[in-house]
Design a protein around this ligand. Sequence first.
Ligand SMILES: NC(=O)C1=CN([C@@H]2O[C@H](COP(=O)(O)OP(=O)(O)OC[C@H]3O[C@@H](n4cnc5c(N)ncnc54)[C@H](OP(=O)(O)O)[C@@H]3O)[C@@H](O)[C@H]2O)C=CC1
Ligand SMILES: Nc1nc(O)c(N)c(N[C@@H]2O[C@H](COP(=O)(O)O)[C@@H](O)[C@H]2O)n1
Length: 222
Amino acid sequence: MMPYVILSAAMTLDGKIATKTGSSNISGKKDLLRVHELRKECDAIMVGIGTVIADDPRLTVHKVDAKPDDNPVRVVVDSKFRTPADARITNSDAETIIACAREYKDELIASDKYETFKKRGVKFFYSGSKRVDLKSLMSYLHEEGIDKLMLEGGSTLNFSMIKAGLIDEIRICVAPMIVGGCDSKTFFDGEGFDLMGEAVKLELTDSYQLDKDLILTYKVLK
Ligand SMILES: NC(=O)C1=CN([C@@H]2O[C@H](COP(=O)(O)OP(=O)(O)OC[C@H]3O[C@@H](n4cnc5c(N)ncnc54)[C@H](OP(=O)(O)O)[C@@H]3O)[C@@H](O)[C@H]2O)C=CC1
Ligand SMILES: Nc1nc(O)c(N)c(N[C@@H]2O[C@H](COP(=O)(O)O)[C@@H](O)[C@H]2O)n1
């Protein structure tokens, strides 16, 4: 069994989730409230290490009323244990699981950072030889009681997750902005598919305007 996975993000009309310099404030105020209500409904929230390094996110429910219990478990997909020692996702606001690849396990366990994180209560999960195996991670998280997981990027992890058939629903905020730039991160990057016939197919299930933003919900067809 796997968690039900909702991919949530905000992009500009030209499909960028950050500029080439990493600036990523895209959602309007009301959209951020919507996102935090969704965080509150989820058992876990997962990002890739690229997002942790770029944004140092909190990944807690902090824009709407919430109790400490409302904070989802934070999951970071980080094969080589690059999570910075002072990353906010390792604070005591919520539980944190760092998923790493087996090849780096011995080195990781021997590091001072590992001891520091253990003292903070951070848990570790190992899967995949050189890169985290996302299917076994999802299966482990489900065993740990995670029924509903919110995936919050970034582009590389989004593509791996959708390619592996692990995303059930997509909720995207389309902001009326264009930033361009072939080096700006798009909603899905990764290695991409070669042929249009390989594209993951979606069904639009909801759409509405929230101030200037457009909110679209899609079911992923499997
Ligand atoms: N506007 C929005 O809604 C959002 C925007 N963003 C933006 O996205 C950008 C970050 O995206 P990006 O750089 O692509 O980083 P990601 O957050 O997607 O992290 C990618 C990294 O995850 C690690 N990883 C481990 N296992 C896997 C796997 N099986 N598949 C894929 N990745 C894996 C890899 O590093 P390793 O091999 O070391 O483990 C990889 O480089 C930031 O600029 C951020 O601001 C992010 C979220 C939301
Ligand atoms: N929904 C949404 N809209 C945006 O405009 C965004 N930039 C993001 N980014 C995601 O939220 C994380 C920051 O979370 P905290 O406020 O620090 O808890 C960021 O890392 C992205 O995952 N999302």
